[in-house]
Ligand binder design. Structure first.
Ligand code: FES
Length: 145
């Protein structure tokens, strides 16, 4: 089984049986057993404490966004959110949640600007892949993807 096949198998398994493996091997391989949400990729901001603060950020997984892999959603201002694929553009390691306006990859230390996902320094040379967001302020709904 190639590394790609193994990863594909693990992701597929995560869709179907994540809860069976939480706390076990699969969770450690995937870097956590985040639930993959299968509904519409949308967040009601009033129900998401972290995103009620400017600079707040969360990781999420939606089956319809970024091939079901982790994304990072960041509140940049009262009315503006950004989302990025959480996979480092160097070798695909999942990046950390931002601190001080910077997203860091734990593998080789590449650092990305939260404003635009561009590389500040490190091994990566491509920005983080940005994912479209649309904020409906009147209803407090953030649509992703
Ligand atoms: S995988 Fe992120 S810097 Fe190498």
């Amino acid at each position: 089984m190639t590394l790609y096949d193994r990863r594909k198998f693990l992701i597929t398994s995560a869709y179907t049986g994540c809860s069976l493996f939480c706390g076990g091997t699969l969770a450690s391989v995937l870097g956590g057993c985040e639930t993959v949400e299968t509904g519409e990729p949308m967040i009601k901001i009033s129900e998401m404490q972290t995103l009620q603060t400017i600079g707040g950020a969360i990781k999420k997984r939606y089956s319809k966004v970024n091939h079901g892999e982790t994304i990072i959603i960041i509140r940049q201002s009262e009315d503006h959110f950004v989302a990025y694929a959480a996979q480092c553009t160097h070798q695909g390691t999942e990046v950390k949640l931002p601190k001080g306006g910077i997203i860091v990859c734990p593998n080789h230390g590449s650092r990305f600007n939260i404003r635009d996902g561009k590389v500040l320094d490190g091994e990566a040379y491509q920005p983080l892949h940005q994912i479209q967001t649309q904020y409906d302020k009147a209803h407090g709904l953030l649509k992703i993807g």
